[in-house]
Ligand binder design. Structure first.
Ligand SMILES: [Zn+2]
Length: 200
C-alpha cells in the first residue's frame, strides 16, 4: 500500500519544508508557497521512507541504475537505489551541461531510472534523460518526490517538452510564481515574508 499524496505533504509541512502564505523567493518572485525538500531529506529516516515509496512505484520497471541530477537529486536518488538494491549515481554540471564525472558510466542498454527531489519545470529531468540516452542507456522511467509544475512537465503543456517515459511523483502541489508588480497576494494586501524568517 502506498502513502497518499496528502500524507507526503503532511511530512513536508511538519518539517517546515512546505509553507503556505505569501513569500518572496530567492529569485525575487512572489509565491503562495515555499518548498524546500532538503528540510525533509535532512532526516535520514524520512529520506529512506520517501525512497522506499518511490521504489514501490517503479519496481516493475527492471531498473538497474538510478541516475540523479546533482545536487537536489542525490539524497533521494541514493535512497531509491538502496530500496531497489541497485546502484545510484549522479550527474553534475560542468560548463553548464550535465555530465557524468568521477568515473561514473552507463552501459549500452542499461535500464536507468531518473530520480529528482522536486520537479519545477521538468527541465533537469529531461536533461538527465538525454544524458543517459547519449550513453546508450535505456531510460525506463523518471520519478520525483514532488511535482510543483502543475503536471506541465509530464504532459508537455505550458511550453514544456513532455517527459517521454513513465513518470511517477509521490505528490503534486501547485505553487505559482508572480512578478511582484502583478502579485495578486500583494494586491490583496497580504504581508510578504521571506522563507526562513520567524514571521511565518
Ligand atoms: Zn506578492
Amino acid at each position: 500500500m502506498t502513502t497518499s499524496a496528502a500524507a507526503i505533504l503532511d511530512r513536508f509541512r511538519r518539517a517546515h519544508a512546505l509553507l503556505e502564505g505569501h513569500f518572496r523567493l530567492t529569485s525575487g518572485l512572489h509565491s503562495p508557497g515555499y518548498l524546500q525538500c532538503a528540510l525533509v531529506l535532512q532526516h535520514p529516516r524520512e529520506a529512506e521512507a520517501l525512497g522506499a515509496e518511490i521504489a514501490d512505484r517503479v519496481r516493475g520497471l527492471g531498473v538497474q541504475t538510478v541516475l540523479s541530477p546533482a545536487l537536489g537529486g542525490i539524497v533521494i536518488g541514493q535512497e531509491v537505489g538502496r530500496a531497489l538494491g541497485v546502484r545510484a549515481i549522479f550527474a553534475e554540471r560542468q560548463d553548464g551541461r550535465l555530465t557524468l564525472r568521477r568515473g561514473f558510466a552507463l552501459e549500452p542498454g542499461e535500464k536507468v531510472l531518473v530520480v529528482e527531489d522536486v520537479v519545477t519545470t521538468g527541465g533537469s529531468t529531461r536533461e538527465t534523460i538525454d544524458l543517459a540516452r547519449e550513453s546508450g542507456a535505456s531510460v525506463v522511467g523518471a520519478a520525483a518526490i514532488i511535482d510543483r509544475s502543475g503536471r506541465s512537465a509530464e504532459l508537455g503543456t505550458g511550453g514544456q517538452q513532455k517527459i517521454d517515459v513513465p513518470f511517477h511523483v509521490l505528490a503534486e502541489v501547485s505553487l505559482p510564481t508572480y512578478d511582484p508588480a502583478a502579485c495578486p497576494l500583494c494586491l490583496a494586501g497580504l504581508p510578504v515574508v521571506k522563507p526562513g524568517s520567524r514571521a511565518v
